[in-house]
Design a protein around this ligand. Sequence first.
Ligand code: ADE
Length: 419
Amino acid sequence: MTVAADIADASLAPAGKLRIEWAEQQMPVLRQIKERFAQERPLEGQRLAACLHVTTETANLMRTLAAGGAEVALCASNPLSTQDETAASLVHDFDIPVYAVRGEDRDTYYAHLNAALDMKPTITMDDGADLVSTIHSERTDLVEHIIGGTEETTTGVIRLRSMAATQELRYPIVAVNDAMTKHLFDNRFGTGQSTIDGIIRATNILLAGRNVVVCGFGMCGRGVAMRAHGMGARVTVCEVDPLRALEAVMEGYEVMSIARAAEQGDVFVTVTGDTAVIRGEHMERMKDGAILCNSGHFDVEITLRDLQAKATSVRTIRPSLQQYELPDGRRINVLGEGRLVNLAAAEGHPASVMDMSFANQALCSEFIAGRPRLALDVHTVPEQIDAHVAELKLAAMGVEIDTLTQEQKEYLTSWRQGT
Ligand code: ADE
């Protein structure tokens, strides 16, 4: 081992390398950026600490950042999402320090985060804002080195905006999640497909004819509802926002309170980003055999301790599937310990959608490194980056689109033509 690391098993590296290469084949946009980065080295001199799900897609992002000249270190953004073979290959084949072991406990999770921070980063890259929050609470000495950070996910952006609102944020952040080429695709098509994938891998149930209850109708919830419907499920949506609820109704879904849905659902998926969405009072009403899972960032959406308190026994039936038996004999099944089911029980979003998310990450790191320091705030991704990622993706897919004629441009910029 040439670089510092804490990983599960170095002998997994060859398997990891093949999978990283397979993912790379589905990531043409990131590949092009990597080639340009290798020529131009826009990240030369930067130290970049990343706290992301340690997957094959992330591995290709790390390779891209390293090709751009950055010194990088990677730790996991979730204890259950690490692919140990990917971590092994990053260390052994690509000389990238990784601190991540699938199934690590909370103390190890934070020890790994701190190990990545020991590089004294100039740029941080988060998925859920754990690096930023650790730096701001326990490692404030690091702030002086940092020129900026990026954030991958909705939950992280919400945390960071609340830090900015109370003037507690101490370095600027670019909210990669808010790029159109990120949340319109990754959150919807990525979460949609990978959540269904996780449910199926964990249970092997037939979705056709089942009642799937989706809690939360943001971009991720829309994706899950759409794909569950596509598999033949009857979809119920629970939502607190009246506009989103109305949209769900007009999309043709049943919309109701979680209290009512609890009695009818076969499979429950939380994707709200909020806490305590499915609680003991709802579990009381569920059918025997109900399946609960979460695809929101943190494992707080299903109040598992309520179930643990009620249960007379718990058994691991299959990998990622624990069955709780209640005093009245009903069995409630929980997937992936209530953590992100798409990463705990499957492999996360497919590479071809992460291609766009991680192209944004790479280009936003270049943006932060290549300009005077950004103002202290949470910034949106520059429109040119978003448009560039969309153009590269379309080109890679071989899709040609129209351009406006002169007449059309004039029409769109003039108010004089009416009926
Ligand atoms: N988040 C969701 N899916 C992911 C993946 N495949 N890699 C990294 N982060 C992810």
